[in-house]
Design a protein around this ligand. Structure first.
Ligand SMILES: Nc1ncnc2c1ncn2[C@@H]1O[C@H](COP(=O)(O)OP(=O)(O)OP(=O)(O)O)[C@@H](O)[C@H]1O
Ligand SMILES: [Mg+2]
Length: 367
């Protein structure tokens, strides 16, 4: 655990970058520092690995004041990833990743084997190992930066806007990669960003800082989005925070209708009088095939010969209420088909069911 205890940083020119910051970054979790430019995020992060020392207060690592540990020893247990990766330009990728193992005196083969293992872990083609940094894309360099920080298996990882120099698509895949890695590795991560979407996606807890280095709010993402502490946080979270909050509500919150699904072998004759405008047609295994409009059904035959409209699905076990809403918006029927892990339909989400779920989860979110 990393603890900030009343930490203030005053630079030589009198700038107060961080002002009596008190918070904890729990072991095995991702704590995100987010806030506008100049609010003291980088300064706070660097006080953890002693690139900067506090003017007042203490930063503790598992209860030990970091200023009592000499910087090289301290940094052996702390990986550090920065924007644009900061790779050594004259060293091959594999040797960049093996930097810390070499420093620790590992033999060359062991260090390189470890580097190759990590390159694979962060999703890089091993063919890139022999290249130099300038021969890689920005996203690939960023992955190398993460691999390098993990090389000596440090329990703590500090990440300062590591993904902000890459385009949105690469950025999304780097974020997902980090979450996947973290599920395996359980590092104590402090992650700095000025992007609130990135903060709520990655953070177990999110600390919102305001200029002057004041902590405005520290909460889990769902609480932050539903109950911002003040106008500054509300403003910072942006106008669509109500919708974004739905990402943290389980798809199980929404009720399903089983009567709106029919097997493809069903005779159309019995379906033409139904009051429902659309029915979801399923194959023999229960997987969705598409939507049939009941007004257009022929008088005889089965559904097998009927033209079907495309459909939207969401996985109720894995996806959020936001995904369910999105699927209904994109479906021609205005309803979404809920499927299980195997892709089999569990039922249909109607606009009414969605509306009912939204009413229920909105409780307490009207801040
Ligand atoms: N060496 C320094 N001397 C004086 N002031 C400094 C120094 N380094 C940073 N500052 C000031 O401290 C404040 C916080 O800087 P810091 O780099 O921690 O902000 P940040 O939140 O990381 O910003 P950004 O999002 O732009 O990276 C800023 O006002 C900055 O100008
Ligand atoms: Mg910064």
């Amino acid at each position: 655990m990393i603890t900030f205890d009343e930490v203030t940083k005053r630079y030589a020119d009198g700038t107060v970058a961080v002002d009596r910051l008190t918070l904890e970054a729990p072991t095995g979790e991702i704590t995100v520092f987010v806030g506008p430019s100049g609010c003291g995020k980088t300064t706070s992060l660097r006080m953890i690995n002693r690139m900067i020392d506090p003017s007042e207060g203490r930063v503790l690592l598992d209860g030990v004041d970091v200023t009592t540990i000499d910087p090289p020893t301290l940094r052996r247990g702390i990986g550090y990833v920065i924007q644009q990766a900061g790779l050594f330009p004259h060293r091959k990728i594999v040797d960049n990743v093996a930097t810390v193992p070499y420093l620790l005196g590992w033999d060359k083969k062991k260090a390189r084997d470890r580097a190759m293992e990590l390159l694979e872990r962060v999703g890089l083609d091993l063919k890139l190992a022999g290249r130099y940094p300038f021969q890689l894309s920005g996203g690939q360099q960023q992955r190398v930066g993460v691999a390098r920080a993990l090389a000596a298996d440090p329990p703590v990882l500090l990440m300062d806007e590591p993904f902000s120099a890459v385009d949105p698509v690469v950025r999304t895949s780097l974020q997902e990669e980090l979450l996947r890695l973290q599920a395996e590795l359980n590092k104590t991560i402090v992650f700095v960003t000025h992007d609130i979407d990135e903060a709520v996606k990655l953070g177990d807890r999110v600390a919102v800082l305001r200029v002057g280095g004041h902590l405005a709010q520290l909460d889990d993402p769902a609480t932050l989005l539903s109950r911002p502490a003040d106008d500054f946080v509300r403003e910072f979270l942006g106008r669509d925070r109500g919708i974004r909050r739905l990402s943290f509500v389980s798809g199980h919150e929404v009720g399903l209708r089983a009567d709106l699904t029919v097997p493809v072998s069903t005779e159309t004759a019995g379906l033409r009088d139904t009051a429902e405008p659309w029915l979801a047609v399923l194959d023999e295994d229960g997987r969705p095939l598409g939507w049939a409009r009941t007004d257009d059904l022929p008088a005889s035959g089965t559904l097998a010969g009927v033209p079907l409209a495309p459909y939207g699905t969401f996985d109720r076990g894995r996806d959020s209420l936001r995904a369910a809403l999105d699927a209904t918006l994109l479906s021609p029927s205005g309803c979404a088909i809920a499927v299980d892990d195997a892709g089999r339909a569990e039922g249909v989400v109607t606009r009414e069911a969605l509306s009912e779920a939204l009413d229920r989860v909105a409780g307490g979110a009207h801040a």
